[in-house]
Design a protein around this ligand. Structure first.
Ligand SMILES: Cc1cc2nc3c(=O)[nH]c(=O)nc-3n(C[C@H](O)[C@H](O)[C@H](O)COP(=O)(O)OP(=O)(O)OC[C@H]3O[C@@H](n4cnc5c(N)ncnc54)[C@H](O)[C@@H]3O)c2cc1C
Length: 416
């Protein structure tokens, strides 16, 4: 490391803490800021899956038809806050425009390097630290009511197979032998091997922030309100606790990166896919491995003695409180698919997946401002956070990462 710099990382979600740790390990003077606390955003309540297989974006060909079908069905896992629709419209138009085969293939190509070695990236981030205990290796299954529904998903499975994922089918009564928690209305499990999951995302993030300080970095609670540029380059970050000078900043504030990008004069297309979890404490049944309930569009992950079910998509404002209907639907799905399921208590949570219209994150420098972007990871931020942090630390340290970064171009929505 020839040139240590003073770097402020804005936002202590998985992207921010990972970036801060890798920057510190590269010898930089690192200050990580969060308005609420490490893991206060989406990184707290996600499903905890290291989703190496999640390379198929939501907006595949046919999303318009499926979306409309879902909109008309109150029991579907897609919700819309209609009062927000006019604000959402420009993003939605672009999102639907990307739902064609060529763009989907381009997105998949862009996601593969961020996802494919996720478990190893989390292990490298945490090796020998207090945070390594939260990582578990596991298989991952997709639960279908029928084999016909699995076959109807052939577009996504084709893309996964092309990317090297083998799938093994378990059918009939063997499904309940593999996962006794499932009722016999699930008759087909598509199993993929060699994945991983996080046993408690909230505790994981708290420990990662502590790893940063253990290794000589600094964490402070402060809200960033503005970014000062002189001659087009950052000189300081303005917070509710005063002005903080720096050589560079990294914007890893998840969905809240959008207003800070506005401060830089960039109108980035970023919207929240609001997601929901029910976290059942002391669950009567736990699955042997995490799985996706395909029909309900939610993930099921054992976390110690607890079970977390997380998913649903609600397009809407980040200012509005959680809606009741997604929780109701999630509870109904649990009752429909799980055998005699009981628990001591349940936590309800809602958070914001930061999503771009092409389902790819922004990673890299914004113009020549010396402000780096590291946000927009939609459904896969927990999986891709450590790799994102490594890429950003390499770029800042003047090392060219060994992958094609064009898909993540931080200026593609600029209109500065
Ligand atoms: C229901 C649900 C399930 C999911 N399941 C999975 C999964 O299984 N696997 C997976 O890979 N991904 C999953 N995701 C997606 C994943 O959680 C997100 O992509 C990821 O957490 C985004 O991380 P982030 O660091 O970009 O943002 P966040 O975790 O949202 O962190 C942003 C941080 O910035 C801070 N901040 C914001 N504004 C400011 C400011 N002005 N000043 C200072 N700090 C600020 C916030 O307080 C917050 O802590 C899921 C998401 C949801 C909602």
């Amino acid at each position: 490391m020839t040139n240590p710099q003073k770097i402020i990382v804005i936002g202590a979600g998985i992207c921010g803490v990972s970036t801060a740790i890798w920057l510190r390990r590269a010898g930089h003077d690192v200050l990580l800021l969060d308005k609420d606390g490490p893991g206060a955003g989406a990184s707290y309540g996600n499903a905890g899956l290291l989703a190496q297989w999640a390379l198929v974006p939501v907006n595949t060909p046919g999303v318009m038809k499926t979306g409309l079908k879902y909109m008309l069905n109150p029991k579907s896992p897609l919700f819309m806050q209609w009062s927000y629709f006019p604000k959402l419209f420009p993003w939605l138009v672009k999102f639907i425009k990307h739902a064609n085969d060529a763009d989907t293939q381009r997105t998949v190509e862009g996601l593969i390097p961020l996802l494919s070695d996720s478990v190893e990236q989390h292990i490298a981030l945490t090796r020998g630290t207090r945070a390594e205990k939260w990582i578990a290796r596991s298989d991952l299954s997709f639960a279908y009511e029928t084999r016909a529904l699995f076959e109807a998903d052939s577009y996504g499975w084709g893309l996964r197979r092309k990317a090297g994922f083998d799938v093994e089918l378990i059918e009939g009564r063997a499904v309940q032998e593999a996962e006794p928690i499932l009722k016999d209305n699930i008759t087909c499990l598509a199993v993929t091997k060699n994945h991983g999951h996080i046993l408690n995302p909230g505790e994981y993030l708290a420990d990662l922030a502590q790893v940063l300080t253990d290794e000589g970095g600094e964490y402070r609670q402060a809200e960033v309100r503005d970014i000062t540029l002189v001659d087009g380059r950052i000189t300081s970050v303005e917070t509710d606790h005063g002005s903080l000078p720096c050589d560079r900043a990294v914007l890893t504030a998840g969905i809240w990166s959008k207003p800070l990008m506005h401060k830089l004069g960039v109108k980035v297309l970023l919207e929240a896919e609001r997601g929901y979890h029910l976290h059942f404490k002391n669950a009567s049944h736990l699955p042997n491995n995490p799985f996706m309930m395909v029909s309900g569009k939610f993930a099921v992950n054992p976390m110690g003695a607890d079970l977390r079910c997380a998913g649903m998509v609600e397009l809407g404002s980040i200012e509005k409180p959680p809606s009741k209907a997604p929780f109701r639907l999630l509870r109904g799905q649990v009752a429909k698919y799980f055998n005699d399921f009981t628990f001591d208590s349940v936590e309800e949570w809602m958070g914001f997946r930061p999503s771009t219209p092409d389902s790819l994150p922004l990673i890299g420098e914004i113009g020549q401002t010396h402000v780096m972007a590291g946000f927009g990871h939609q459904h896969i931020g927990l999986t891709a956070g450590p790799k994102t942090g490594r890429i950003l630390a390499d770029l800042i340290s003047g090392q060219r990462p060994n992958l094609d970064l064009r898909a993540y171009d931080a200026n593609r929505y600029s209109g500065r």
